[in-house]
Design a protein around this ligand. Structure first.
Ligand code: ATR
Length: 282
């Protein structure tokens, strides 16, 4: 795409940022829709985040995605933060307002639920959900499931105090479960979401026997490298419906793209394959 002097520009800030798939993803949509715009990676060290964010309106950028490790700090810097991002405690999308102020939001919960709805027959009223992990990703998952109408969420984490803190913040739907009790926690569950890093390429495997899990329960892993984790392979082998994490990455990008470039983009098989081609190079 050859840009004009009126090109709309947005990007992603992270440290490092070279691992980010967002430039490829947004670049695909810009090309597909023939938009006079660009989406660029911006490597911003933590002590320069505020300066970099304040530079967005000065440089005429439309906004930015925010990735690791800046999501929590960005929430403190933004001039306005939407209530959902405040509940999650992190900002992943910033839109520069017409008067130059920074509006922070979080689209991770939207990405998770859109992907789940698109890829499975799971319904919020089906029964209890189990979330493995209690970090930032677990927090987004909790908010997404509560807002979708899930009544009971069991948060299982290696460090029990983190699970208790998260369950307390999300009360009354959530309870904390010790890591040693993760297999019992699957009893009667309708959904399991892995938000830990276990099972990711280069990380230890997620060790969990699925015997207690009902066979109709959906198993969702937000890890997407590899696309089929050990957890998903084991769940698939015993007949459970499974959902991989790539769709969440794709769906969470949609609201930002629409705000910056004025077109609501779609997630389709072609896009999945396009991003997948890049992941396979890892
Ligand atoms: P994020 O914000 O991306 O969710 P995080 O805050 O580092 O990342 O959380 C990673 C999650 O993976 C945590 O729940 C972590 O458990 P702890 O809270 O006990 O650290 C979990 N995790 C990482 N390595 C693990 C391991 N070897 N066994 C069990 N859980 C692990």
């Amino acid at each position: 795409m050859i840009l004009s002097g009126k090109a709309m520009v947005a990007g992603v800030m992270g440290w490092p940022v070279s691992h980010s798939r967002s430039p490829r993803l947004h670049g695909y949509w810009l090309e597909k829709h023939g938009i006079d715009g660009a989406y660029i990676p911006m490597a911003v060290p933590p002590d320069k985040l505020e300066q970099a964010l304040r530079a967005l309106p000065v440089l005429g950028l439309r906004g930015s995605n925010i990735t690791v490790p800046h999501k929590e700090t960005a929430l403190r810097i933004c001039d306005t933060v939407d209530p959902l991002a405040r509940r999650i405690g992190a900002v992943n999308t910033i839109v520069v307002g017409t008067d130059g102020h920074l509006q922070g939001s979080n689209t991770d919960a939207f990405g998770l639920i859109e992907n789940l709805r698109e890829s499975s027959a799971w319904q919020p009223g089906d029964g209890p959900a189990v979330i493995l992990g209690a970090g930032g990703a677990a927090r987004s998952a909790c908010v997404a499931l509560i807002d979708a109408g899930v009544e009971t969420i069991r948060i299982v984490n290696r460090t029990l105090t983190r699970a208790e803190d998260l369950a307390g913040a999300m009360a009354p739907a959530c309870c904390a479960v010790a890591w040693d009790e993760r297999e019992e926690a699957l009893n009667g569950a309708a959904l399991v979401v892995n938000t830990t890093t276990l099972g990711m390429t280069g990380q230890p495997p997620l060790e969990i026997r699925l015997d207690a899990l009902p066979r109709k329960a959906t198993v969702y892993d937000i890890v997407y490298v590899p696309l089929e984790t050990g957890l998903l392979a084991a769940a698939r082998a015993r007949g459970n419906p499974v959902v991989d994490g790539l769709g969440m990455l794709l769906h969470q990008a949609r609201p930002g793209f629409e705000s910056w470039f004025g077109v609501r983009p779609e997630v389709d098989r072609e896009l999945r394959n396009f991003v997948l081609g890049d992941l396979r190079k890892d």
